[in-house]
Design a protein around this ligand. Structure first.
Ligand code: SD4
Length: 343
């Protein structure tokens, strides 16, 4: 029987070079997937519904920035989803605090971190980008700014999320879990998401312009005040209209320490394919911290030509694609390791 220790032992026996040399599967090919422009890609199977909202804009010749904002607002509003927006699981003290970031084709960026009481952090992030000289607002100041901008202040902790939190309080054990979305949404069991997963979305519009958005309630039961990678420009999201864009999901601390999305875009700038760039960014995490193989981080990237690639630490990460040929494709991400049992 394969248990956690066996997987760890097995993976330790496989030299890193061999892991790196492992061929990509037929599902994606070594170079990833070629999309037709305009197109939109996003993390996890719950990206399908988000992509549809984005596609409604892109297919009419709309701007990528409008598409990614409209797209990620779908999971933000979905009360079955406990990892993004309203109904997101709270921190260990029972507060729902949201992180989000957005970037446009001009390299403009906006973000909010640890913001409470506002259901659509991505739209507040866009206002920060467009209405202030700043990039990031955090905490109470972010909520205050949102209210000044006309956003409604509301309780984000739903009865269902509160119940889950109270259940967690009985043992109060904090353990980030990998691939929650795949199990709760991908398998068609709504409302089962337990701990974390973020929507990151990248779009190219008919003019060939790129934008990206990333939004999350972060790690469930996190320490109050904790901010993840999602609102950090260059960590959870990075877009350079000359090159491409990247976004991440998983344990944000690993992504922040390696400035992952910026790294992916810079590798693409040097000529690496999106898939190869994502793979290298995951490899950097594992090189500095081999124990991270027990965690999950997944990167998703697209280049200016519409080539898409992804890579994760563990299997189980997947992403959603939409262009004129199909709007509901979900593709498994490549990974270095098997999914950790119990994760
Ligand atoms: C965070 N990266 O706050 C987010 C959470 C996430 O899959 O994506 N989980 O660290």
């Amino acid at each position: 029987m394969t248990d956690r220790r066996t997987v760890l032992k097995t993976s330790l026996l496989v030299p890193a070079a061999a892991l790196l040399a492992r061929p990509a599967s037929a599902a994606t090919g070594a170079k990833g997937i070629q999309m037709q422009i305009p197109c939109v890609v996003s993390t996890w199977p719950f990206g399908v519904a988000a992509n549809k909202a984005a596609w409604a804009i892109l297919s009419k010749g709309g701007r990528a920035l409008d598409a990614v904002e409209a797209g990620v607002r779908i999971p933000e509003a979905d009360l079955r989803n406990h990892t993004v927006g309203r109904a997101g699981y709270p921190d260990r003290d029972g507060h729902v605090t949201l992180d989000a970031s957005i970037m446009d084709e001009h390299g403009n960026a906006g973000s909010v971190a640890a913001m409470e009481y506002i259901a659509h952090p991505i739209s507040v992030a866009r206002r920060v980008m467009e209405k202030t000289p700043h990039v990031m607002l955090a905490g109470e100041g972010a909520t205050q700014f949102a209210v000044e901008q006309g956003f409604k202040k509301e309780e984000l902790l739903t009865p269902e999320s509160k119940k889950a939190w109270q259940e967690w309080l009985k043992t109060a054990k904090y353990k980030p879990e990998a691939n929650i979305e795949t199990r709760s949404y991908g398998l068609g069991v709504p409302g089962g998401a337990k701990n974390h997963d973020t929507i990151g979305m990248l779009a190219i519009d008919a003019k060939g312009n790129l934008s990206g958005a990333c939004t999350t309630s972060g790690m469930a039961w996190k320490v109050r005040g904790r901010v993840g990678d999602s609102p950090i420009i260059g960590a959870g999201l990075y877009v350079d209209n000359d090159v491409g864009g990247a976004t991440s999901t998983g344990v944000g601390e690993e992504v922040m320490r390696s400035v992952g999305s910026f790294l992916v875009v810079e590798l693409m700038r040097q000529g690496r394919s999106p898939q190869d760039a994502c793979k290298e960014a995951v490899q950097r995490i594992l090189k500095k911290k081999p124990e991270a193989k027990m965690e999950q981080v997944g990167y998703l990237a697209i280049n200016k030509k519409g080539e898409v690639g992804a890579w994760a630490i563990q299997k189980g990460f997947s992403y959603s694609l939409a262009d004129k040929t199909a709007q509901d494709r979900v593709v498994p991400g490549e990974a270095f390791f098997e999914q950790t049992p119990g994760n």
